[in-house]
Design a protein around this ligand. Structure first.
Ligand code: THU
Length: 132
């Protein structure tokens, strides 16, 4: 990934948080992914009165891209209004495993723009992949 693309995906994740629908938690999260051919898809968390139906920002971005016909992703950035870089939930990690390679980069971003970089494999080691 070029330096320009890295800056772009980080900024896209930060901006995506502005659309978060969070009347219950008030906790805004934004995510952005880059496809292997350089397209960016953004997502935000979308909450629901029944709480359990909440969709995290990461899954929103991934599902948006997949539903538009893109399945090969290079990198994911996640922004939280948090002191430390945000850490994705277990459900999102499992969805990442489905669509990213194990060594794909995940950039976690805090409110002050500090980042931690991990791979999908580091976030969910020894994951369930398929039935074969
Ligand atoms: N949330 C995300 O969107 N992504 C994460 O990585 C962690 C949690 C959302 C779900 C819910 O709307 C709010 O943050 C509080 O859990």
């Amino acid at each position: 990934m070029t330096v320009t693309n890295k800056d772009k995906v980080i900024e896209a994740a930060r901006l995506a948080a502005e659309n978060a629908y969070v009347p219950y938690s008030k906790f805004r999260v934004g995510a952005a992914l880059i496809t292997k051919n350089g397209e960016i898809f953004q997502g935000c968390n979308i909450e629901n009165a029944s709480f359990g139906l909440t969709n995290c920002a990461e899954r929103t971005a991934i599902f948006k891209a997949v539903s538009e016909g893109y399945c090969d992703f290079e990198c994911l950035a996640v922004y939280g209004d948090t002191k430390e870089p945000i850490s994705p939930c277990g459900a999102c990690r499992q969805v990442m495993v489905e669509f990213f390679e194990s060594d794909s980069k995940v950039i976690l971003i805090a409110k002050d723009k500090s980042t931690v970089e991990m791979t999908v494999g580091e976030l969910l080691p020894y994951s369930f992949t398929d039935l074969q």
